[in-house]
Design a protein around this ligand. Structure first.
Ligand SMILES: [Zn+2]
Length: 232
């Protein structure tokens, strides 16, 4: 079993809704736990990460499923379906929600006062696609937590993965740009810190190690100078 400890450090405020808390266009609530603390749902991370991993594998020159068009129906499945699963195949990586764990001063304050993080509303106006003009009826608010504070969310991905599959997940994590609503408006942008642990994961603690493991996916005959890339 490999465990990937993931930390998302948000440089801009984020807003992620859920099926149950969809709200109306006029009220884009952020998903929260029973304490009123925001979190990043497992499904939100899984969907984005799968898409990023698809791009990594395409970049190597291997054809894999495109989530929006088709997914593997039969074993063994493409490298992406092996990790993330498909409607017909089980995935090998388990996702958990990412909880708010930082910054330290914020968490200490919230726990001492037993209160949820502060929220504010950002106002926006949706344009009518039909007429291309703003309409009062399309004024909406987006709920944001603690604007100006770099919120840190942390969670673990656990799975029975082979070395190249672990490398795929790590490479995909590095490609993740943003999560949630309002990305084009600057919401939900973060940087990722990921640390892998478990038997057989030692080779993946450097970017060169990850690149070398990814090379095993490359179709034979098209392999590029691994040693050269590793030293770059
Ligand atoms: Zn597939």
């Amino acid at each position: 079993m490999a465990t990937i400890d993931v930390r998302l450090i948000f440089q801009t405020p984020l807003n992620i809704g859920s099926g149950a808390q969809q709200g109306t266009l006029a009220d884009r609530a952020m998903i929260k736990d029973h304490r009123g603390w925001p979190y990043v749902p497992a499904s939100a991370l899984k969907g984005r990460l799968r898409h990023a991993v698809e791009q990594v594998v395409w970049g190597i020159g291997v054809e894999v499923c495109d989530t929006h068009h088709k997914m593997c129906r039969q074993e063994p499945g493409c490298p992406v379906c092996q990790v993330f699963g498909s409607p017909w195949l089980p995935g090998r990586l388990r996702f958990a929600r990412l909880k708010l764990v930082g910054p330290d001063l914020l968490i200490e304050r919230l726990e001492a006062r037993r209160e949820p993080p502060r929220t504010t509303q950002r106002y926006g106006v949706a344009l009518s696609r039909r007429r291309g003009v703003a309409e009062d009826a399309l004024l909406y608010t987006t709920e944001l937590f603690e604007p100006g504070v770099e919120l840190v969310f942390r969670g673990q991905l656990v799975g029975d993965l082979k070395l190249p599959q672990m490398a795929l997940v790590l490479a995909g994590l590095k490609l993740l740009p943003a999560l949630g609503r309002g990305k084009s408006g600057g919401l939900g942008w973060f940087r990722v810190e990921a640390e892998i642990s478990g038997p057989g994961t030692e080779g993946l603690d450097t970017p060169a190690g990850v690149r070398a493991a990814l090379e095993t996916f490359r179709p034979s005959g098209t392999r590029q100078g691994t040693a050269q890339e590793a030293s770059a």
